[in-house]
Design a protein around this ligand. Structure first.
Ligand code: 7PJ
Length: 281
């Protein structure tokens, strides 16, 4: 049993968390879409978004800055040029939209463009970020990471990873609430792969049932991540979808409210199969 709210207040939507929601990833970064002009990127992003919705995605997560280990940072201008046209086009589709960003300026513009959720890998730590979200009606995902994407995988270091991640999330949640963000708008995420070695990821994954007692719904993102590559003897990201589906299903069975995935169709199939054959939670 989970103690968190069963309805997430997210901008235009009230999202029921009675069943796990599937968040489909729409990357608008040059390393995910082959070169070409802005228009190609916009078209490709919209096509991809359409497909993910057809496959059963409940939320679309739009990101214009790669935060993979070692990725370079991008400017506010570049990130906005990438994501704003996509957000503006998707707004009319009347589906829950999430912006994956850690920049307050991008959050503000995305909120003005009508997004419903701010997904921040830095848990609103950037100066001004708490206020931008507080002065809106969007939901927020507060994620834990250790260090910065450029260097976070060099030497992740914890005494007790589960304890440290839990404390961090509880603290950030409290700060968000103090800033005026209602608990019904908050989602927490242990941040798999963000400044975590394989053993840290494993410990956190196994601790998921306990983390659901942190009073907010949990989002889990393990899709195609290197921890799965390690389980599969170094298999590259494109070959990790079956492992990703298995891990998403296990996360949902451990109480995750939202799973963030690339392979939407297979993940939705797995959730539906569980729902039909199993007893939930
Ligand atoms: C996550 C994310 C995650 C949340 C990325 C990748 C790296 N946002 N953005 N949680 N991962 N909330 O997808 O491999 O785990 S980008």
């Amino acid at each position: 049993m989970t103690a968190h709210p069963t309805i997430l207040h997210a901008g235009r939507f009230r999202l029921s968390l009675d069943r796990p929601l599937v968040m489909g990833i729409v990357n608008v970064t040059p390393d995910s879409f082959s070169d070409g002009g802005c228009h190609d990127t916009l078209d490709a992003a919209l096509r991809h978004a359409r497909r993910l919705l057809d496959e059963g995605a409940d939320i679309l997560d739009i990101g214009g800055e790669s935060t993979r280990p070692g990725a370079a940072t991008v400017s506010v201008e570049t990130e906005l040029q990438r994501v704003l046209p996509v957000l503006q086009a998707l707004h009319d589709w009347q589906v829950p939209l999430s912006i994956d960003t850690r920049k307050p300026e991008v959050m503000r513009a995305a909120i003005a463009a009508g997004v419903d959720l701010v997904n921040d890998i830095a848990a609103l730590e950037a100066p001004g970020a708490l206020e931008v979200v507080a002065h809106s009606k969007v939901a927020v995902c507060l994620m834990h990471k250790q260090g910065e994407p450029q260097t976070m995988q060099v030497q992740p270091d914890y005494v007790d990873v589960v304890d440290e991640v839990s404390r961090y999330l509880v603290t950030r949640r409290q700060l968000a609430m103090t800033a005026g963000i209602a608990p019904e708008r908050i989602v927490l995420d242990p941040g798999f792969g963000f400044g975590k070695g394989f053993e840290h990821n494993l410990a956190l994954f196994r601790a998921l049932p306990g983390l659901t007692t942190l009073l907010s719904p949990l989002l889990v993102g393990v899709s195609r991540k290197s921890m799965l590559g390690q389980i599969l003897d170094g298999r590259p990201a494109q070959g990790r979808d079956a492992a990703s589906v298995a891990a998403a299903l296990m996360a949902a069975q451990s109480g995750a409210a939202i799973v963030r995935v690339h392979a939407v169709r297979d993940t939705v199939d797995a959730m539906r199969t569980w729902s039909a054959l199993g007893t939930r939670r």
